[in-house]
Design a protein around this ligand. Structure first.
Ligand code: DX5
Length: 230
């Protein structure tokens, strides 16, 4: 974990009230979210179809919190420019969908955004070993992408640790994000394995004490990692 900045807590907009996304962005910003994640699904890379760039752009005007787009799409090179223009500070593409990943990441940076690469549960850590110079963030999926509310996969912890080792050896300011089944319990395991950015959808949005309490609880828990034998 980046000791200077501490854990980064990022609510997933997939779990937000889809009928009032702009207000939800404002509420999540007020609740202390460091940024929010837009789960972009195209009905091909994953079965569901979610938001497009116009919705993101409309919400961009509503809240001052940074936006990241997690592109679960078959054609990331086509989609990425639209989400940069819509106001996303960070665009994450899946290694499994980007045939020319190195070029795709460099292209996102040339558009003025930070670039991230996501790995599905079956994809090995060293898939990203040769693109770290072009990468600002690595996302290790802790569920199979496509749905909220799934159970966290502890089997991903050795891969989180392997990505952490690759990033530390590289030495660049690259964030390590996890996404899927993140709660006050699983965040400690993922933090101990080496993650420093945490996406949470259903657990955060359904917290009985509200979002601000949920964000604070996740931030505290991430700062107290469990001893996990990776
Ligand atoms: C799933 C998405 C996740 C999901 C997280 O494909 O990438 O961001 O919304 O939701 P929870 O925290 O409910 O697993």
């Amino acid at each position: 974990m980046n000791a200077a900045s501490g854990p980064v807590i990022v609510p997933s907009m997939l779990a937000a009230d889809q009928s009032r996304l702009g207000e939800e962005c404002r509420a999540l910003a007020a609740a202390g979210a460091d940024r929010v994640q837009w789960d972009v699904m195209d009905g091909r890379f994953v079965p569901a179809i979610t938001v497009g760039p116009d919705v993101v752009a409309a919400c961009r005007r509503e809240a001052g919190v940074p936006f990241e787009a997690h592109l679960m799409v078959e054609a990331p090179d086509e989609a990425a420019p639209h989400f940069v223009r819509a106001g996303c500070d960070l665009v994450i593409v899946h290694a499994e969908a980007a045939r020319h990943l190195h070029r795709t990441l460099a292209g996102i940076r040339r558009l003025g955004a930070r670039a991230g690469v996501a790995l599905n549960p079956h994809t090995p850590a060293d898939t990203i070993a040769h693109v770290l110079d072009e990468t600002d963030l690595v996302l290790v999926m802790t569920v199979n992408p496509g749905f909220g509310g799934q159970r966290y996969l502890p089997a991903m912890e050795p891969k989180i640790a392997a990505v952490r080792a690759l990033i530390d050896r590289h030495g660049g300011p690259i964030e390590l994000e996890v996404d899927g089944g993140i709660t006050d319990v699983t965040i400690r395991r993922a933090a101990s394995a080496g993650a420093d950015v945490f996406i949470s959808g259903s657990w955060l949005s359904r917290h009985p004490a509200g979002r601000a309490a949920a964000v604070a609880e996740l931030r505290t828990a991430a700062g107290q990692p469990d001893e996990v034998r990776a």
